[in-house]
Design a protein around this ligand. Structure first.
Ligand code: GDP
Ligand code: MG
Length: 452
C-alpha cells in the first residue's frame, strides 16, 4: 500500500550509502528527495514540512548513535520520526466504565462506514466483546438493510428498530436500551453520510453525540480520496471532535499519504485500517509496523502473527529441523506451498517482508494462487523417490513429469529453480546470521523462519 513511497525512500537511503560519509550537502539533498517522495505520496504539505524539519534537526544534532553508520543513523531517524507522525503507539479502543460503550461511526457517504461497522463488530466479538450494531441512516432504507444483511451473514447482533422509530436519535436511544437489556458491552452506531459536509448532517451527529455520550467517535476515511480525506477528517474533528480514524480501502492503489497525515492534522490516532471488502479485512493500526513497512524493513511482526495464526506449530518445527539437517525435500516444498496457500494472497504476505536479499527475488517471482496449484500439481506427478531427492530428476524424468502434470518442461525447470531458491532463502533465515536472525534474537518462528 505504500509501494511508491517505500521505493523512493529506499532509493534515497541507497544513494546516501553510496556517498559513504554524511555531509551537510548530501544530507540536504537527501532531505529534499524525502520531501518530494512524501508529497508525491499525498502527504499533507504541512505534515511533510514538519517531518523534514524534525529529521534535519535530529540528524544534525547530537541524537546520533555512534554504533550506527551515518546512513543507518539517517534511516533510524527517519523511521523514528515516521513512527511519531503515525502516532507512536497502537491506539486501543476506549471503553466506558459502565457498559455498553457506545461508538459512533461517522464520515462521508461511500467512505466505508457500514462495511467498517460490521468489520469492527466482527473484530470485537473475536476479541472478547459482545457488540450490538444499529444503523441510524434513516434517509436510505437500503443503507439499513445493508447492515442487517451483514449482521445476519456474520451472525452478529443488530437492533433493527420499530416502524415508528423514524429519527436517528429515537433509533439510537432504543438501541442502547436494547443493548443494556441484552447485556451487550459495545454498541456500534452506523450513521448517515453525505457527499459533502453540511449543516444538517453535523447537527444530527451532534445530537447523537449529546444523547449517547460515546466513548469513541470514529471517523471513516477513504484512503483513495487522498487529501480530501484529510480535509474532511479535519472538518469532522473541528465540528464534532473525533476520537480516532478508520482508514478504509488501503488495499487499493491509494498512495497512502492520508494515513501519514490524518493523525498529524487531527491529533487523533488511526485505530484501524480497512484492507478489503470482506468482513475480516480490518487490521488494528500499528504505527511502528507500518513505518517499518514503508521503509522496507518489512512488517515482520504482522507477518509472524499471520503465519502463527495459520501454521500448525508442530509441522513447522518439523520443517525447521529438516531445513537444518538439509533434508528439505520437494515433498516438503509441496507441503509448504499448501500451507502458504492457507495464508491468503501472497503479495500481501511478501509486502510485509523486508525487501532485501532473496526476498526481493521472491517478490519478482510474483507467485500467485494459480501458480501454486500448478507447482503442487507438478510435484504430485513425481515419484516418491524424485520427491525425496531432486538430484535424480534427469531429462527423461523432466518430460514425464511435465506430461503427467499437464505442464511443460520449462514449467518443471522453473519449479526446480524455485525450490532451490526457497531452500536458499530459508537457509539464510535459519542460519541466525541473516536479517531476521540478527533482529529477532530469541524469537522462535514457525516455518523455518528464524534463528536457532
Ligand atoms: N476495497 C475496499 N473496499 C471497501 C473497503 N471498505 C469499504 N469498501 C467498499 O466501499 C463501498 C462503500 O462502503 P459502505 O460501507 O457502504 O460506505 P458508507 O456509505 O460509508 O456506509 C462498498 O462497496 C464497500 O464494499 C475497504 O477497506 N477496501
Ligand atoms: Mg452506510
Amino acid at each position: 500500500m505504500f509501494d511508491n513511497l517505500s521505493d523512493k525512500l529506499q532509493r534515497v537511503f541507497k544513494n546516501l550509502r553510496g556517498e559513504g560519509k554524511l555531509s551537510a550537502e548530501n544530507m540536504e539533498a537527501a532531505l529534499r528527495e524525502i520531501s518530494v517522495a512524501l508529497l508525491e505520496a499525498d502527504v499533507h504539505f504541512r505534515v511533510a514540512k514538519q517531518f523534514i524539519e524534525a529529521v534535519r534537526e535530529k540528524a544534525m544534532g547530537s541524537e546520533v548513535l555512534t554504533a550506527l553508520s551515518p546512513t543507518q543513523q539517517v534511516v533510524k531517524i527517519v523511521r523514528d520520526e515516521m513512527v511519531k507522525m503515525l502516532g507512536q503507539h497502537q491506539a486501543k479502543l476506549r471503553t466506558a466504565n459502565e457498559p455498553p460503550s457506545v461508538m459512533m461511526i461517522v464520515g462521508l457517504q461511500g467512505s466505508g462506514k457500514t462495511t467498517s461497522t460490521a468489520k469492527l463488530a466482527r473484530w470485537l466479538s473475536k476479541n472478547g466483546h459482545s457488540p450490538e450494531m444499529v444503523s441510524v441512516d434513516v434517509y436510505r432504507p437500503a443503507a439499513r438493510k445493508q447492515l442487517s444483511v451483514l449482521a445476519k451473514d456474520l451472525k452478529l447482533s443488530i437492533y433493527e428498530g420499530a416502524p415508528e422509530e423514524t429519527k436517528p436519535v429515537d433509533l439510537a436511544r432504543s438501541a442502547r436500551k436494547d443493548a443494556v437489556q441484552s447485556g451487550r458491552d459495545v454498541l456500534l452506531v452506523d450513521t448517515a453520510g453525505r457527499l459533502h459536509i453540511d449543516e444538517e448532517l453535523m447537527t444530527e451527529l451532534t445530537e447523537l453525540k449529546e444523547l449517547l455520550n460515546p466513548t469513541e467517535i470514529l471517523f471513516v476515511a477513504d484512503a483513495m480520496t487522498g487529501q480530501d480525506a484529510v480535509k474532511s477528517a479535519d472538518e469532522f474533528n473541528k465540528r464534532l471532535g473525533i476520537t480516532g480514524t478508520i482508514l478504509t480501502k488501503m488495499d487499493g492503489d491509494a498512495r497512502g499519504g492520508a494515513a501519514l497525515s490524518i493523525r498529524a492534522v487531527t491529533g487523533q490516532p488511526l485505530k484501524f485500517v480497512g484492507v478489503g471488502e470482506k468482513p475480516d479485512a480490518l487490521e488494528p493500526f500499528h504505527p511502528d509496523r507500518v513505518a517499518q513497512r514503508i521503509l522496507g524493513m518489512g512488517d515482520v511482526l504482522s507477518l509472524i502473527e499471520k503465519v502463527e495464526e495459520s501454521i500448525d506449530q508442530k509441522s513447522a518445527e518439523e520443517m525447521q529441523r529438516k531445513l537444518l539437517d538439509d533434508d528439505f525435500t520437494l515433498a516438503d516444498f509441496r507441503d509448504q506451498m499448501k500451507q502458504i496457500r492457507k495464508l491468503g494472497p501472497l503479495e500481501s504476505l511478501l509486502g510485509m517482508m523486508p525487501q532485501i536479499g532473496p526476498i526481493k527475488d521472491l517478490k519478482n517471482m510474483k507467485v500467485d494462487e494459480g501458480e501454486i496449484t500448478r507447482l503442487v500439481a507438478i510435484i504430485d506427478s513425481m515419484t516418491a523417490r524424485e520427491r525425496a531427492n531432486h538430484m535424480i530428476i534427469n531429462g527423461a524424468r523432466h518430460r514425464r513429469i511435465a506430461k503427467g502434470s499437464g505442464t511443460s518442461v520449462q514449467d518443471v525447470n522453473n519449479l526446480l529453480k524455485q525450490y532451490a531458491q526457497a531452500r536458499k532463502m530459508m537457509k539464510s533465515f535459519t542460519g541466525g546470521g541473516g536479517f531476521l536472525g540478527k533482529r529477532l534474537g530469541k524469537l522462535k518462528l514457525p516455518m523455518g523462519f528464524g534463528p536457532q
